[in-house]
Design a protein around this ligand. Structure first.
Ligand SMILES: [Zn+2]
Length: 365
Protein backbone atom coordinates (compact mmCIF):
# COMPACT_ATOMS: atom_id res chain seq x y z
CA UNK A 1 0.00 0.00 0.00
CA UNK A 2 2.76 2.38 1.02
CA UNK A 3 4.69 1.75 -2.14
CA UNK A 4 1.46 2.29 -4.16
CA UNK A 5 0.89 5.70 -2.49
CA UNK A 6 4.53 6.57 -3.05
CA UNK A 7 4.25 5.62 -6.72
CA UNK A 8 1.14 7.84 -7.19
CA UNK A 9 2.96 10.67 -5.39
CA UNK A 10 5.98 10.34 -7.64
CA UNK A 11 3.84 10.26 -10.79
CA UNK A 12 2.05 13.39 -9.53
CA UNK A 13 5.34 15.23 -9.00
CA UNK A 14 6.55 14.13 -12.40
CA UNK A 15 3.33 15.31 -14.12
CA UNK A 16 3.50 18.72 -12.42
CA UNK A 17 7.11 19.10 -13.38
CA UNK A 18 6.49 18.01 -16.98
CA UNK A 19 3.56 20.44 -17.32
CA UNK A 20 5.66 23.31 -16.02
CA UNK A 21 8.53 22.35 -18.24
CA UNK A 22 6.33 22.11 -21.36
CA UNK A 23 4.56 25.43 -20.72
CA UNK A 24 7.86 27.16 -20.01
CA UNK A 25 9.15 25.68 -23.24
CA UNK A 26 6.22 26.82 -25.32
CA UNK A 27 4.78 30.13 -24.27
CA UNK A 28 4.60 31.00 -27.94
CA UNK A 29 3.35 29.18 -31.00
CA UNK A 30 5.96 28.23 -33.57
CA UNK A 31 5.67 28.38 -37.35
CA UNK A 32 4.97 24.61 -37.28
CA UNK A 33 2.04 25.20 -34.92
CA UNK A 34 0.40 27.22 -37.70
CA UNK A 35 -0.79 23.95 -39.25
CA UNK A 36 -2.15 22.62 -35.94
CA UNK A 37 -4.15 25.56 -34.58
CA UNK A 38 -7.77 26.15 -35.68
CA UNK A 39 -8.19 29.71 -36.93
CA UNK A 40 -10.94 32.02 -38.20
CA UNK A 41 -10.48 34.78 -40.78
CA UNK A 42 -13.42 37.07 -40.01
CA UNK A 43 -13.12 39.22 -43.13
CA UNK A 44 -13.45 37.47 -46.48
CA UNK A 45 -15.51 37.83 -49.66
CA UNK A 46 -15.82 34.37 -51.21
CA UNK A 47 -18.19 34.94 -54.11
CA UNK A 48 -17.82 31.97 -56.38
CA UNK A 49 -19.55 28.64 -56.90
CA UNK A 50 -16.17 26.92 -56.71
CA UNK A 51 -15.52 25.28 -53.35
CA UNK A 52 -11.78 25.05 -54.01
CA UNK A 53 -10.63 28.05 -51.97
CA UNK A 54 -12.42 26.94 -48.81
CA UNK A 55 -11.33 23.38 -49.38
CA UNK A 56 -7.64 24.28 -49.87
CA UNK A 57 -7.75 26.45 -46.73
CA UNK A 58 -8.55 23.41 -44.59
CA UNK A 59 -4.84 22.63 -44.72
CA UNK A 60 -4.24 25.95 -42.96
CA UNK A 61 -7.06 25.19 -40.51
CA UNK A 62 -8.86 28.39 -41.52
CA UNK A 63 -12.61 28.93 -41.27
CA UNK A 64 -14.28 32.14 -42.46
CA UNK A 65 -16.79 34.89 -42.03
CA UNK A 66 -17.96 35.47 -45.60
CA UNK A 67 -19.48 38.88 -46.30
CA UNK A 68 -21.79 39.88 -49.11
CA UNK A 69 -21.34 43.66 -49.22
CA UNK A 70 -23.78 46.00 -50.99
CA UNK A 71 -20.88 47.85 -52.61
CA UNK A 72 -21.59 47.59 -56.31
CA UNK A 73 -23.57 50.21 -58.20
CA UNK A 74 -25.26 47.34 -60.08
CA UNK A 75 -27.79 45.72 -57.68
CA UNK A 76 -27.66 42.41 -59.58
CA UNK A 77 -23.98 42.07 -58.70
CA UNK A 78 -24.83 42.58 -55.02
CA UNK A 79 -27.57 39.95 -55.22
CA UNK A 80 -25.11 37.59 -56.89
CA UNK A 81 -22.71 38.09 -53.96
CA UNK A 82 -25.54 37.10 -51.62
CA UNK A 83 -26.33 34.02 -53.72
CA UNK A 84 -22.74 32.75 -53.70
CA UNK A 85 -22.26 33.60 -50.01
CA UNK A 86 -25.20 31.34 -49.10
CA UNK A 87 -24.07 28.75 -51.64
CA UNK A 88 -20.72 28.52 -49.84
CA UNK A 89 -22.54 28.28 -46.51
CA UNK A 90 -24.88 25.52 -47.66
CA UNK A 91 -21.99 23.56 -49.20
CA UNK A 92 -20.30 23.21 -45.79
CA UNK A 93 -21.81 24.97 -42.78
CA UNK A 94 -18.74 24.16 -40.71
CA UNK A 95 -16.45 26.31 -42.86
CA UNK A 96 -18.08 29.71 -43.53
CA UNK A 97 -20.46 31.98 -41.62
CA UNK A 98 -22.50 34.21 -43.95
CA UNK A 99 -22.95 37.96 -43.48
CA UNK A 100 -25.51 39.87 -45.55
CA UNK A 101 -26.14 43.52 -46.41
CA UNK A 102 -29.04 45.59 -47.73
CA UNK A 103 -29.97 47.76 -50.73
CA UNK A 104 -29.83 51.54 -50.70
CA UNK A 105 -31.25 52.11 -54.21
CA UNK A 106 -34.78 52.33 -52.73
CA UNK A 107 -33.72 54.76 -49.97
CA UNK A 108 -36.11 57.53 -51.05
CA UNK A 109 -39.18 55.29 -50.81
CA UNK A 110 -41.21 56.00 -47.67
CA UNK A 111 -41.13 52.34 -46.57
CA UNK A 112 -37.38 51.86 -47.08
CA UNK A 113 -36.89 50.63 -43.51
CA UNK A 114 -39.73 48.05 -43.76
CA UNK A 115 -38.41 46.80 -47.11
CA UNK A 116 -34.91 46.55 -45.64
CA UNK A 117 -36.07 44.62 -42.58
CA UNK A 118 -37.98 42.20 -44.84
CA UNK A 119 -34.88 41.68 -46.98
CA UNK A 120 -32.66 41.12 -43.93
CA UNK A 121 -35.22 38.73 -42.43
CA UNK A 122 -34.93 36.64 -45.58
CA UNK A 123 -31.13 36.55 -45.30
CA UNK A 124 -31.33 35.66 -41.57
CA UNK A 125 -33.56 32.70 -42.49
CA UNK A 126 -30.85 31.66 -44.96
CA UNK A 127 -28.35 31.71 -42.13
CA UNK A 128 -26.84 35.22 -42.09
CA UNK A 129 -25.29 35.93 -38.68
CA UNK A 130 -24.51 39.58 -39.27
CA UNK A 131 -24.97 42.55 -41.58
CA UNK A 132 -22.22 44.56 -43.20
CA UNK A 133 -22.41 48.29 -43.85
CA UNK A 134 -19.85 49.84 -46.13
CA UNK A 135 -18.06 53.13 -46.74
CA UNK A 136 -20.48 54.09 -49.54
CA UNK A 137 -22.59 55.24 -46.58
CA UNK A 138 -20.76 58.47 -45.79
CA UNK A 139 -18.67 58.67 -48.95
CA UNK A 140 -20.84 58.02 -51.95
CA UNK A 141 -24.55 57.40 -51.50
CA UNK A 142 -26.91 60.40 -51.76
CA UNK A 143 -30.67 60.82 -51.39
CA UNK A 144 -32.87 62.32 -54.13
CA UNK A 145 -31.99 65.83 -52.93
CA UNK A 146 -28.29 65.14 -53.28
CA UNK A 147 -27.70 64.94 -49.55
CA UNK A 148 -24.92 62.54 -48.56
CA UNK A 149 -26.27 59.80 -46.27
CA UNK A 150 -24.28 59.23 -43.08
CA UNK A 151 -24.47 56.12 -40.87
CA UNK A 152 -26.17 57.97 -37.99
CA UNK A 153 -29.14 58.92 -40.23
CA UNK A 154 -32.35 58.29 -38.19
CA UNK A 155 -33.70 56.15 -41.03
CA UNK A 156 -31.27 53.39 -40.02
CA UNK A 157 -32.52 53.33 -36.41
CA UNK A 158 -35.35 50.81 -36.84
CA UNK A 159 -33.14 48.55 -39.00
CA UNK A 160 -30.41 48.44 -36.34
CA UNK A 161 -33.05 47.91 -33.61
CA UNK A 162 -34.39 44.95 -35.59
CA UNK A 163 -30.88 43.50 -35.95
CA UNK A 164 -30.30 43.83 -32.23
CA UNK A 165 -33.62 42.07 -31.48
CA UNK A 166 -32.54 39.26 -33.82
CA UNK A 167 -29.13 39.05 -32.07
CA UNK A 168 -27.25 39.81 -35.27
CA UNK A 169 -23.88 41.54 -35.44
CA UNK A 170 -23.34 44.80 -37.33
CA UNK A 171 -20.03 44.84 -39.19
CA UNK A 172 -18.98 48.32 -40.24
CA UNK A 173 -16.42 49.39 -42.77
CA UNK A 174 -17.15 53.07 -42.22
CA UNK A 175 -14.80 55.84 -43.21
CA UNK A 176 -11.38 54.92 -44.48
CA UNK A 177 -7.81 54.77 -43.15
CA UNK A 178 -6.53 58.19 -42.23
CA UNK A 179 -4.12 57.87 -45.16
CA UNK A 180 -7.13 58.40 -47.45
CA UNK A 181 -7.15 62.09 -46.52
CA UNK A 182 -3.41 62.49 -47.19
CA UNK A 183 -1.58 63.00 -50.49
CA UNK A 184 -0.24 59.71 -51.92
CA UNK A 185 3.38 60.47 -51.00
CA UNK A 186 2.50 61.06 -47.33
CA UNK A 187 0.66 57.74 -46.86
CA UNK A 188 2.28 55.37 -44.36
CA UNK A 189 1.65 52.06 -46.20
CA UNK A 190 2.19 50.82 -49.74
CA UNK A 191 -1.21 49.07 -49.93
CA UNK A 192 -3.07 52.32 -49.17
CA UNK A 193 -0.92 54.19 -51.68
CA UNK A 194 -1.71 51.75 -54.49
CA UNK A 195 -5.41 51.40 -53.58
CA UNK A 196 -6.07 55.15 -53.60
CA UNK A 197 -3.99 55.63 -56.72
CA UNK A 198 -6.23 53.09 -58.45
CA UNK A 199 -9.47 54.37 -56.84
CA UNK A 200 -9.26 58.18 -56.97
CA UNK A 201 -13.00 58.51 -56.34
CA UNK A 202 -12.40 57.25 -52.78
CA UNK A 203 -9.17 59.25 -52.28
CA UNK A 204 -10.59 61.98 -50.05
CA UNK A 205 -7.53 64.21 -50.30
CA UNK A 206 -8.79 64.88 -53.85
CA UNK A 207 -12.33 65.69 -52.64
CA UNK A 208 -12.13 68.46 -50.05
CA UNK A 209 -15.90 69.07 -50.38
CA UNK A 210 -16.55 65.64 -48.82
CA UNK A 211 -16.78 64.98 -45.04
CA UNK A 212 -13.44 64.98 -43.23
CA UNK A 213 -11.90 61.91 -41.59
CA UNK A 214 -13.04 63.22 -38.20
CA UNK A 215 -16.62 63.68 -39.46
CA UNK A 216 -16.77 60.07 -40.70
CA UNK A 217 -15.54 58.75 -37.35
CA UNK A 218 -17.92 61.03 -35.42
CA UNK A 219 -20.97 59.83 -37.44
CA UNK A 220 -20.04 56.20 -36.72
CA UNK A 221 -19.59 56.97 -33.02
CA UNK A 222 -22.96 58.78 -32.86
CA UNK A 223 -24.60 55.71 -34.43
CA UNK A 224 -22.98 53.43 -31.82
CA UNK A 225 -23.99 55.80 -29.01
CA UNK A 226 -27.60 55.47 -30.22
CA UNK A 227 -27.31 51.65 -30.26
CA UNK A 228 -25.22 50.81 -27.18
CA UNK A 229 -26.27 47.15 -26.96
CA UNK A 230 -25.82 46.33 -30.65
CA UNK A 231 -22.88 43.96 -31.19
CA UNK A 232 -20.49 45.76 -33.54
CA UNK A 233 -17.33 44.74 -35.37
CA UNK A 234 -15.25 47.73 -36.43
CA UNK A 235 -13.79 46.38 -39.66
CA UNK A 236 -10.27 47.48 -40.61
CA UNK A 237 -9.52 48.45 -36.99
CA UNK A 238 -12.59 50.71 -36.99
CA UNK A 239 -10.72 53.11 -39.33
CA UNK A 240 -8.53 54.09 -36.35
CA UNK A 241 -5.63 51.96 -37.63
CA UNK A 242 -3.10 54.84 -37.49
CA UNK A 243 -2.90 54.97 -33.68
CA UNK A 244 -3.44 52.13 -31.20
CA UNK A 245 -4.30 54.73 -28.52
CA UNK A 246 -7.26 55.84 -30.64
CA UNK A 247 -8.43 52.22 -30.92
CA UNK A 248 -8.08 51.81 -27.13
CA UNK A 249 -10.17 54.92 -26.59
CA UNK A 250 -12.83 53.61 -29.00
CA UNK A 251 -12.99 50.19 -27.30
CA UNK A 252 -13.23 51.83 -23.87
CA UNK A 253 -16.15 54.01 -24.98
CA UNK A 254 -18.12 51.21 -26.70
CA UNK A 255 -18.06 48.02 -24.62
CA UNK A 256 -20.09 46.04 -27.20
CA UNK A 257 -17.68 46.84 -30.00
CA UNK A 258 -14.67 44.82 -31.12
CA UNK A 259 -12.22 45.46 -33.97
CA UNK A 260 -10.68 43.30 -36.67
CA UNK A 261 -7.36 43.88 -38.41
CA UNK A 262 -8.11 43.14 -42.10
CA UNK A 263 -5.96 45.06 -44.58
CA UNK A 264 -4.57 47.23 -41.77
CA UNK A 265 -1.74 45.04 -40.50
CA UNK A 266 0.65 47.40 -42.29
CA UNK A 267 -0.43 50.30 -40.07
CA UNK A 268 -0.06 48.16 -36.94
CA UNK A 269 3.40 47.10 -38.10
CA UNK A 270 4.29 50.71 -38.97
CA UNK A 271 3.57 51.58 -35.33
CA UNK A 272 5.43 48.58 -33.86
CA UNK A 273 8.47 49.39 -36.00
CA UNK A 274 8.62 52.70 -34.12
CA UNK A 275 7.53 51.50 -30.66
CA UNK A 276 7.15 47.73 -30.47
CA UNK A 277 6.23 47.62 -26.78
CA UNK A 278 3.34 50.05 -27.29
CA UNK A 279 1.71 47.69 -29.82
CA UNK A 280 2.35 44.64 -27.60
CA UNK A 281 0.77 46.44 -24.62
CA UNK A 282 -2.27 47.29 -26.76
CA UNK A 283 -2.71 43.69 -27.95
CA UNK A 284 -2.33 42.37 -24.39
CA UNK A 285 -4.77 44.85 -22.88
CA UNK A 286 -7.45 44.35 -25.56
CA UNK A 287 -6.83 40.64 -26.23
CA UNK A 288 -10.58 39.93 -25.89
CA UNK A 289 -11.58 42.67 -28.34
CA UNK A 290 -9.33 42.08 -31.37
CA UNK A 291 -10.16 39.63 -34.20
CA UNK A 292 -8.06 38.35 -37.07
CA UNK A 293 -9.14 39.06 -40.66
CA UNK A 294 -7.56 39.66 -44.06
CA UNK A 295 -10.16 40.96 -46.58
CA UNK A 296 -9.35 38.12 -48.97
CA UNK A 297 -11.61 38.12 -52.02
CA UNK A 298 -12.43 35.17 -54.29
CA UNK A 299 -14.53 36.08 -57.32
CA UNK A 300 -16.29 33.93 -59.92
CA UNK A 301 -13.35 34.45 -62.30
CA UNK A 302 -10.63 34.01 -59.66
CA UNK A 303 -8.06 31.30 -60.02
CA UNK A 304 -8.79 29.55 -56.71
CA UNK A 305 -5.32 28.00 -56.43
CA UNK A 306 -3.53 31.30 -57.03
CA UNK A 307 -5.85 33.19 -54.65
CA UNK A 308 -5.36 30.50 -52.03
CA UNK A 309 -1.58 30.69 -52.48
CA UNK A 310 -1.61 34.46 -51.94
CA UNK A 311 -3.87 34.13 -48.89
CA UNK A 312 -1.66 31.35 -47.53
CA UNK A 313 1.45 33.55 -47.80
CA UNK A 314 -0.33 36.44 -46.10
CA UNK A 315 -1.63 34.14 -43.32
CA UNK A 316 1.94 32.85 -42.74
CA UNK A 317 3.40 36.39 -42.62
CA UNK A 318 0.78 37.47 -40.07
CA UNK A 319 1.35 34.30 -38.01
CA UNK A 320 5.08 35.04 -37.95
CA UNK A 321 4.41 38.63 -36.87
CA UNK A 322 1.97 37.77 -34.06
CA UNK A 323 3.84 34.70 -32.73
CA UNK A 324 7.58 35.25 -33.14
CA UNK A 325 10.17 37.95 -32.55
CA UNK A 326 11.77 37.27 -35.91
CA UNK A 327 12.38 39.95 -38.51
CA UNK A 328 10.19 39.84 -41.59
CA UNK A 329 9.47 41.81 -44.72
CA UNK A 330 5.88 42.71 -45.61
CA UNK A 331 4.59 44.20 -48.87
CA UNK A 332 2.86 47.04 -46.98
CA UNK A 333 6.14 48.54 -45.69
CA UNK A 334 9.53 49.26 -47.24
CA UNK A 335 11.61 48.39 -44.14
CA UNK A 336 11.63 44.96 -42.44
CA UNK A 337 9.80 44.71 -39.10
CA UNK A 338 10.14 42.56 -35.97
CA UNK A 339 7.36 40.23 -34.83
CA UNK A 340 5.57 40.95 -31.55
CA UNK A 341 5.65 37.37 -30.11
CA UNK A 342 2.32 37.40 -28.29
CA UNK A 343 1.65 34.58 -25.81
CA UNK A 344 -0.25 31.54 -27.09
CA UNK A 345 -3.45 32.24 -25.17
CA UNK A 346 -3.66 35.75 -26.63
CA UNK A 347 -3.10 34.47 -30.16
CA UNK A 348 -5.86 31.88 -29.70
CA UNK A 349 -8.26 34.64 -28.68
CA UNK A 350 -7.38 36.87 -31.64
CA UNK A 351 -7.43 34.00 -34.12
CA UNK A 352 -10.47 32.03 -32.93
CA UNK A 353 -11.99 32.45 -29.48
CA UNK A 354 -13.15 36.06 -29.87
CA UNK A 355 -14.79 35.26 -33.22
CA UNK A 356 -16.57 32.24 -31.72
CA UNK A 357 -17.90 34.45 -28.94
CA UNK A 358 -19.20 37.04 -31.43
CA UNK A 359 -20.82 34.33 -33.62
CA UNK A 360 -21.80 31.61 -31.14
CA UNK A 361 -23.72 29.31 -33.49
CA UNK A 362 -21.26 29.18 -36.37
CA UNK A 363 -18.73 26.73 -37.76
CA UNK A 364 -20.47 23.72 -36.26
CA UNK A 365 -20.06 25.00 -32.67
ZN1 LIG B 1 -13.84 43.72 -47.21
Amino acid sequence: MNSFVLRIFCIGILLCYTEKFVSAQSQHFSMDDYYQIEKIDVHTHIHTESLDFVSLSKRDRFRFVNMAVWSDLNPDKNLEKHRTTFLQFDADRDRTAPVSSFPLENWDQSDWAEQTIRYLEKTFKQGAVGVKVWKNIGMEFRDKNGKLIMIDDPKFDSVFAYMKAQKKVLLGHLGEPKNCWLPLKEMTTENDRSYFQENPKYHMALHPEMPSYEEQIAARDRMLAKNPSLAFIGCHLASLEWNVDEISNFLDRFPNAVVEVAARMGQVQFQSSRDRQRVIDFMMKYQDRILYGTDTGVGADSNAVRTYQQAHEKWLRDWKYFNTDETLSVPELTDPIQGIALPKEVVEKIYRINAMRMFPNCWGQ
